[in-house]
Design a protein around this ligand. Sequence first.
Ligand SMILES: Nc1ncnc2c1ncn2[C@@H]1O[C@H](COP(=O)(O)OP(=O)(O)OP(=O)(O)O)[C@@H](O)[C@H]1O
Ligand SMILES: [Mg+2]
Length: 269
Amino acid sequence: MAHIIVVGNEKGGAGKSTVSMHVATALVRMGHKVSGLDLDLRQRTFGRYVENRIAFLKQAELELPSPALHELPVIEDGALRPGENMYDHRLSAAVAAMEPDSDFILIDCPGSHTRLSQVAHSLADTLITPLNDSFIDFDLLAHTDASGDKITGPSVYSEMVWNARQLRAQAGLAPIDWVVVRNRLGAQRMVNKEKMERAVANLAKRIGFRVAPGFNERVIFRELFPRGLTLLDLKDIGVKQLNISNVAARQELRDLIKALKLPGVNADF
Ligand SMILES: Nc1ncnc2c1ncn2[C@@H]1O[C@H](COP(=O)(O)OP(=O)(O)OP(=O)(O)O)[C@@H](O)[C@H]1O
Ligand SMILES: [Mg+2]
């Protein structure tokens, strides 16, 4: 059975597609078979990221491991069972097509609430939620009081994950391993950073997720997309000397892969 990794957060711009590409590519570079599916049917950032990679490698005459990108199949109306949702059917069909040839299936979700995203969450063996370092983003996970220190209740996204967990439990599936990854951490704004750290740690205990080491705000993450590259590829395309920031970013990625504790993945790479 393939291990399904879903990258989700209803908040837009949290870093889902960036994290999807980096995790998928890290795993494929480690020798695992990785299939990818982009459920953001409108923006298709993850899909385009993988396509950019294939095009760049071809043009540069390079061979680097790449995730196998899949699409949601188009289904004829007649193929649906009475009452069956079209999106549920298409997602199941896509997963069934990826399963036989994948150790990992990575599913990138849109930054909004959709039926596809909701169903994908209930398929997740591992759920990765990137979270920007802002209480505006935190507000989709939980509400806090004015100080930011006291959690007053869950919010829309964590309630959706809760529902996905319930569905899995009813179906007798293993619980979702939910990992929150803080993203775009700044060197400044120490007070907010520490407040967020406390709030995230607090919430982790309350609603049951793990917190993985995150990514700092780094310009390199915004530059790699047109060539479909990740931090791990730079040496292979002939970059002789990585600058300190890029070395640190690569280490952050390795630390994330370790923290995910994925089955069969060697933590030291
Ligand atoms: N650690 C980082 N440092 C700097 N820029 C980053 C970092 N992570 C992501 N970004 C940038 O932030 C923006 C949003 O990232 P991304 O598209 O991965 O988020 P997303 O959650 O997939 O967004 P959406 O909800 O729209 O799908 C992009 O411009 C990306 O390059
Ligand atoms: Mg995205």
